[in-house]
Ligand binder design. Sequence first.
Ligand code: SF4
Length: 239
Amino acid sequence: MKGWMSVQFDPTLWTDIIFLIGEITIVAVVGIFFFALFLVGLSIYSINTGRVYFPRFLKAGMMLVEGLAKSLFRFFGLEDSEVQTFFISLQNTMNKKSFSDIPITERAVFFPQCLRSSHCPAHLSPEGLKCKSCGDCPIGFWRKVLEQMGYRVFIVPGSSFIKRMVRKYHPRALLGVGCLSEVKEGLEMADKIGVVAMGVVTLKDGCVETLVAWDQVMEVATLGVPPDNIPPEVKELAG
Ligand code: SF4
């Protein structure tokens, strides 16, 4: 009886606890803010120098403070497209070595159908467009080169085709071409399903007759290929 009667509410203890929680919260918020600021600063430095510094640290950090980092990028005047481009090069930098190590016969290339000519005679099949190499756009030429190298090549109207082809053929590596948002989404999707992916962004957006830098596509496609095995068409392209 005497024991519980002696336990008394101590208001100063509660005040101390609330102050402590407040202090910890402020330190955490300030810490997160400066952490995001550091990541954004490192990203902007990487963008300006054209070289990605500490890619794994940057990617892991950005996943933690994504929303705040986006606001900071906007505060520093960066367009969303610049930030997306940077994240694609970040992902490509991280995946380059693994991509190079995967045999070409276990890689697949996905082109968007917007790259073809507006007069394209190819028909849509369950595996995408069946290119007839009619010569009206460069896909026909480079598809053959890539297939001779050992790649599976698909010309697809959307990401649902990519998922279906990945489920069917189980490639270990993907090379995806598309507009900024398509490539970003494709890289994220590949990351989630554990497939190594590299992306090349088209030079022009749109629904028909878009453009891509074929030297960039083939530069990625020949990663890990011994110089003697690089097709002469690719060597010519590189000059
Ligand atoms: S080369 Fe292939 S993709 Fe290009 S327009 Fe001809 S059939 Fe279509």
